[in-house]
Write a protein that binds this ligand. Structure first.
Ligand code: PHE
Length: 457
């Protein structure tokens, strides 16, 4: 093992890293969470705020996170700890990495339950749609949520898939699968979008998604926080997934350029998913605010009417499962690397342990949708609580601290070399974003969401 390497091996190329990081970023966040949040938050206004967050906060923080991973070359906790010590600062910075490791497992718990829904819909596509039409799809989704057996069963299956890849090491299988997955997923989304173009609600759907009506800010006081936290969630930043992946990155690749690619692809997929789904809502006279079931209640309508629709449905759900899988793998990698490096576990045992924790929590999430639905904290069941705690609190705080660490603690000469940008405007803009803009944005949005300042009425 050379000083430049980790015990986990390296990506075979820059492209391999970009693909793996895109595999982490593109997932349920883009195709499940983005459309339903846009639908709940009035469409255009949400999308505009979201895009601003991605560009001004997401991209700089993603660059910061990847560069810390490549310099630290360890799991997020030990990477931040050793980098802090090298700069003669307190090793407590490692705590930020540790919080990220925990956040990954908490996200994985509900993420895997939703991925299980996809497995159920894949099964239904293969066995033939029993239910067609909007009412039928509505019933199908509710019956899934009320079945502990299906929820726990599919969640378990998904966790087994995830643990298996992580136990084998993330490079081999992941690189190969993402290379095929990404282009095919884009193709499928374009196909669905093409279908949406021909539906009567197309114009209205596109307008809903892209033309902002900031009047909704008054009715949706949490809109800013929803959009900001979705940027963190969708880009996989704030919990060390990209830091862990950055640790396996060969030297001499421009971190900034790679972050641009990942951010661009992730945003493209989210927008395409939104553009494919929103027109269907208006064409079928559905309410945009369908909540977590939105994708499951709309896309099958399109498949139901396409020639060869059943086959397309199978391909689509399969792709989506693989996209969720590559994200889930990255959610587990920080905890797994930590157990290996810090606790001397073998990789399979580490994967099994991390997966076991997420599985138990996931069972709780699944049951909180039916048999345990009366148990609520702050008016949220466990599923909603974990989503809220991670996406809205842990990721933004973790992300900002990661940015501050890269911007204030690490020497400029080092960040400059890692980012691989000229020492000019672009670098200064990055430094400004991680030092001031991101912390200020998160602070303002938090104060607004908790009603301390009244921005959105
Ligand atoms: N970005 C992933 C998605 O959009 C989810 C994720 C969040 C993965 C945080 C890793 C870290 O589905």
């Amino acid at each position: 093992m050379s000083a430049d390497n980790t015990i986990h091996g390296q990506w075979s190329s820059r492209l391999a890293f970009v693909l793996a990081a895109t595999g982490s970023a593109v997932g349920l966040g883009n195709i499940w969470r983005f459309p339903y949040l846009a639908g709940e938050n009035g469409g255009g206004a949400f999308v505009v705020v979201y895009l601003a967050c991605v560009l001004l906060v997401g991209l700089p923080l993603m660059s910061a996170e990847i560069l810390l991973g490549r310099r630290g070359r360890r799991n997020p906790m030990d990477a931040m700890r050793s980098l802090a010590l090298a700069e003669r600062r307190t090793p407590w910075w490692g705590g930020v990495g540790l919080m990220g490791i925990l956040a990954g497992l908490l996200i994985l718990a509900f993420y895997s339950v939703v991925a299980g829904w996809l497995l159920f819909y894949l099964y239904r596509s293969v066995s033939g749609w029993a239910a067609v039409g909007t009412a039928g799809l509505d019933r199908l989704f509710s019956s899934l949520l009320s079945s502990p057996l299906w929820l726990v069963g599919t969640h378990t299956l998904f966790m087994v898939l995830t643990v298996t890849v992580v136990a084998m090491g993330v490079q081999g299988g992941l690189e190969r699968s993402v290379k095929i997955l990404m282009p095919t997923l884009l193709f499928m989304l374009l196909l669905l979008f093409g279908y949406a173009v021909g539906t009567p609600g197309f114009g209205e759907g596109v307008r809903y998604l892209l033309v902002p009506d900031f009047g909704v800010l008054a009715e949706r006081p949490a809109l800013l926080l929803e959009a900001l936290s979705q940027a963190f969630f969708s880009l996989s930043i704030g919990m060390g997934a990209l830091m862990a992946y950055g640790a396996y990155l060969p030297k001499h690749a421009s971190v900034f350029r790679m972050a641009c690619w990942v951010t661009g692809l992730d945003t493209l997929v989210a927008l395409l998913a939104g553009l494919a789904i929103m027109p269907l809502l208006f064409s079928y006279g559905l309410e945009p605010a369908q909540g977590t079931g939105l994708v499951f209640k709309t896309l099958p309508l399109a498949f139901g009417e396409m020639p060869g629709g059943r086959l397309w449905a199978i391909v689509f759900f399969l792709l989506l499962i693989i996209a969720a899988w590559t994200s889930a793998i990255s959610l587990m990698e920080p905890a797994t690397a930590w157990l290996i490096e810090n606790r001397r576990f073998s990789r399979p045992l580490a994967a099994l342990t991390a997966g076991g924790v997420a599985w138990v929590l996931g069972v709780g999430c699944a049951l909180s949708l039916n048999v345990w639905q009366e148990y609520k904290l702050f008016d949220k069941n466990l599923f909603e609580l974990l989503d809220y705690l991670t996406a809205k609190i842990m990721l933004p705080i973790g992300g900002v601290l990661i940015g501050c660490f890269a911007g204030w603690v690490i020497a400029r000469r080092l960040t400059l070399a890692e980012l691989h940008v000229p020492d000019g405007m672009l670098y200064r803009a990055w430094l400004f974003a991680v030092r001031y803009l991101a912390p200020a944005a998160v602070l303002v949005v938090f104060l607004d969401a908790f009603g301390i300042i009244g921005f959105s009425g």
